[in-house]
Design a binder for this molecule. Sequence first.
Ligand code: ADP
Ligand code: ADP
Length: 256
Amino acid sequence: MASSDEARGRPRTGLKEGGVKRAHPLHLTLFGPPGSGKGTQANYLVEHFGIPQVSTGDLFRGEIKTATELGQRVKGYLDRGDLVPDEITLDLVRRRLEQPDCAKGVLFDGFPRTVAQARELDRMLRQAGRRMDHVLFVRVPEETLVSRMAGRLTCPTCSRTYHPELAPPENDLVCDNDGTPLVQREDDRPETARRRIKVYMDQTLPVLEHYRGQGVVSDIDGVGTIEEVRDRILQAIENGGDPPHAPRGSEEGART
Ligand code: ADP
Ligand code: ADP
């Protein structure tokens, strides 16, 4: 018999929306190339599930902005579009996961980005009696990614992103959330954006296989309105991931 959650169209495993108490903490990962809309979708998901977003990119930019020692160590990597070494990244995530708000679960955005990071995250979660519940793989073709990033406007206060044509703010060039003037990220220039996509293909895509083996991945078409993509993600979470080791064609095909 369907549980009352299923009957109401809510996700399974006792999850409830809006931060209502759940049977166990929820761990989700938004996985996809740079510019695929992970941060945009994270805004909805954190509200819907009442769990914090952990975006390693935002954490690094925060460290750079406040000129910490860590910020100085990682700046060159972000400027070039290269990945920050695993040890530094994992250290930052480990400390973030110790914060009390992560007790309810976490929405990871832009992490893990290497197989070594995924393995270590598995270990950290396992140690805490937890697991990765669901990986949402947001697929968008490369040319769309570059044009999204070329126009991306970012709020330096809350990290929300906009786009003049695709996702404009309500008032010209200030954040809807906190009124801060929006900025363009240096690493969103097309040359660096393309470099980041290449790094994603080489170093990050293999992470998907790691999670495919656990049967927790759902493929999401990331092309469409923000609301359409959001609904696809919520539906996928409700349906659960692929069965482990499900047969599939060549991994990422034409779509990044
Ligand atoms: P995007 O949202 O466009 O994918 P991010 O904000 O996630 O970009 O990441 C920006 C940069 O921060 C990356 O190009 C990389 O230098 C660094 N970074 C972010 N997350 C990680 C990670 N998990 N491992 C290593 N480097 C990372
Ligand atoms: P990521 O975090 O994956 O790098 P963002 O969420 O920052 O990506 O989105 C990249 C850019 O694309 C931003 O300018 C954002 O406003 C825009 N964007 C996000 N989702 C969509 C969508 N479904 N359609 C069109 N533009 C989008």
